[in-house]
Design a protein. Structure first.
Ligand SMILES: [Zn+2]
Ligand SMILES: [Zn+2]
Length: 257
């Protein structure tokens, strides 16, 4: 096993993804209270004291609300872009590492490549993680798949990919018109069909794991996402659907032979 990953929960009510090498573990985003984070990490056999750092993708509260309290309690360094840091009052952080938009960096023994994505946030970044010849892409919270995104995330060994909404459910659903336009717009979230189109273009034969994530509880169902992504799912070794309450359990990525 080169890299492994798991989720504390995935969706608009809170996100948190664990990315671990043999010796180090990072938490990407934290949209949960301290207590809830401790409880969800315990489910995965860890405590926040085991973390080396927290990385933040952007300032929306489902990704950020728990970051500062957790960082303060466990004295964890936080990595984020200057735009995310300044977008709102995050609260006091013990140690801040500013990420430069396109420049790869390392946290402990894990290499991290930030990738700018179109999302209605000040300076959103998603990430590709590499360790010992294996790579994991985390790609949620974007309204459009750009050529840059395709280039950076195509060829990953494992992928956590947003399939946020079904366009018809979004159109007929409970959100006010302005929010419907935001979610479905170029700076909102990927639909099931956009996620499927992305996988079709970059190819997914080499994927060890495809995790479908950030699935809306109001504007989507696992069944609709599964249907839209059926042909991709057939090509990958494992395809799972992350949920808000359980996230998903540990998945191992083997080094490419
Ligand atoms: Zn989100
Ligand atoms: Zn967001």
């Amino acid at each position: 096993m080169a890299l492994r990953f798991a989720s504390l929960g995935s969706g608009s009510k809170g996100n948190g993804t664990l990315v671990a090498s043999g010796d180090h573990c990072l938490l990407v985003d934290c949209g949960f209270t301290i207590k809830e984070t401790e409880r969800r990490m315990a489910r995965l056999g860890l405590s926040p004291a085991d973390l080396s750092a927290i990385l933040v993708t952007h300032e929306h509260s489902d990704h950020l609300s728990g970051v500062a309290p957790l960082a303060r309690k466990y004295k964890l360094p936080v990595y984020l872009t200057p735009g995310t840091l300044r977008a709102r009052d995050i609260g006091k952080l013990p140690t801040v590492h500013l990420i430069e938009g396109h420049r790869p960096f390392a946290v402990a023994d894990i290499q991290v490549t930030p990738v700018a994505v179109p999302h209605d946030a000040r300076e959103a970044a998603q990430f590709v993680f590499r360790h010992c010849g294996a790579s994991l892409g985390l790609l949620t919270d974007l309204g459009t798949v750009t050529p840059h995104v395709e280039e950076q995330f195509g060829g990953c060994d494992a992928l956590v990919l947003e399939a946020n909404h079904d366009p018809r459910m979004l159109a007929q659903g409970p959100y006010p018109p302005s929010l419907k336009r935001r979610v479905g717009g170029a700076y909102g979230h990927l639909s099931n069909q956009q996620a499927a189109g992305f996988l079709q273009r970059v190819g997914c034969e080499g994927l060890q794991h495809l995790v479908v994530a950030h699935i809306s509880e109001k504007n989507n169902t696992v069944e609709l996402a599964r249907e839209a992504l059926a042909s991709a799912a057939e090509q990958v070794a494992s395809c799972i659907f992350a949920c808000q309450q359980q996230g998903f359990g540990w998945l191992d990525i083997e080094k490419k032979s």
